[in-house]
Ligand binder design. Structure first.
Ligand SMILES: Cc1ncc(C[n+]2csc(CCOP(=O)(O)OP(=O)(O)O)c2C)c(N)n1
Ligand code: SF4
Ligand SMILES: [Mg+2]
Length: 275
């Protein structure tokens, strides 16, 4: 924004502003937490798509329960895990709105597993931002369905951490949802480095485009840090995402309606029917 009263001296121009889709509020997140980065990426994408005025955020229960205070949008709070069901209702009643949920792994992959699976089965035109930090952050660091084997949490303590024979295996949400025909875009990114953050933003943009163009459900999983729950420094937590989470939750695009379209057109051109 140009300050008419005050002409900034050359070299002091503002080049990094708060997105319009964020409020000017200090968040409650722990220092080092990546929830704030995820908020900013979503807000930047909404600004760039000129979607702020039409956007509706459905906030979860979890550390991001107060997201409705941080996004400068219409918002609705959902009960724990129910955000995709609430978003379904809003989108069906108000199809011109850009409706998205923002959910942690406890919210989406534990108590809310049925809601996200069936929203994807139905091909709801909603966008889902899924924050996988491998733990229940808000409630004090309990094991989540995404907790890694051997990972120590308050409910999978030393000396073993999570044991497969007692608590099963980490759930790979993207791999699971990408099998469903109603899911149009499914991708996993990471917030562990500037390069990965830039890629994550591209995934988020595509997940909103899936909705804007009416293709079906778009979901982006973001490997995120909970340095407090993991009992690590913020820097070590970012390194741990790369060293421990990425091997279990590989990064990439698992489903992309636009790539499928390009492939079908290529096969049609070559005289082969697309399966
Ligand atoms: C019906 C219900 N069950 C349990 C809880 C307790 N609870 C609040 S947040 C949460 C899990 C949060 O973890 P996650 O979704 O991963 O978000 P994070 O805090 O890690 O960002 C739980 C179990 C609740 N609020 N409501
Ligand atoms: S407890 Fe973890 S997820 Fe919650 S704000 Fe703190 S660092 Fe972030
Ligand atoms: Mg979590």
């Amino acid at each position: 924004m140009v300050d008419k009263e005050f002409e900034r001296p050359k070299g002091t121009e503002i080049v990094y502003e708060r997105p319009k889709s964020l409020t000017d509020v200090v968040t409650h997140y722990c220092p080092g937490c990546t929830h704030g980065i995820a908020h900013r990426l979503v807000a930047e994408v909404l600004d760039e798509l000129d979607a702020r005025e039409r956007a509706v955020l459905v906030a979860p229960v979890g550390c991001s329960v107060l997201a409705y205070n941080y996004f400068n949008l219409d918002t609705q709070q959902a009960a724990h895990g129910r955000a995709p069901a609430v978003a379904t209702g809003i989108k069906r009643v108000l199809p011109d709105r850009v409706v998205f949920t923002y959910q942690g792994d406890g919210d989406l992959a534990a108590i809310g597993t049925a809601e996200i699976v069936h929203a994807a089965v139905r091909g709801e035109r909603i966008t889902v931002i899924f924050i996988n930090n491998a733990i229940f952050g808000m409630t004090g660091g309990q094991m989540a369905p995404t907790t890694l084997l051997g990972q120590e949490t308050t409910t999978s303590p030393k000396p073993t951490g999570r044991l497969a024979e007692r608590a099963g295996y980490p759930i790979r949400v993207c791999e699971m949802l990408s099998q469903l025909d109603g899911a149009a875009y499914v991708a996993r990114g990471s917030l562990s480095s500037p390069q990965n953050i830039a890629k994550a933003k591209r995934h988020i943009r595509k997940a909103f485009q899936a909705q804007l163009e009416g293709h079906g459900l778009g979901i982006v999983e973001l490997l995120s840090s909970c340095n407090v729950g993991w009992k690590m420094s913020p820097v070590d937590a970012l390194k741990w995402i790369d060293s421990h989470m990425v091997p279990v939750f590989p990064l990439g695009v698992f489903k992309d309606w636009s790539a499928a379209g390009v492939e079908a057109a290529r096969l049609a051109d070559s005289g082969v029917a697309a399966g």
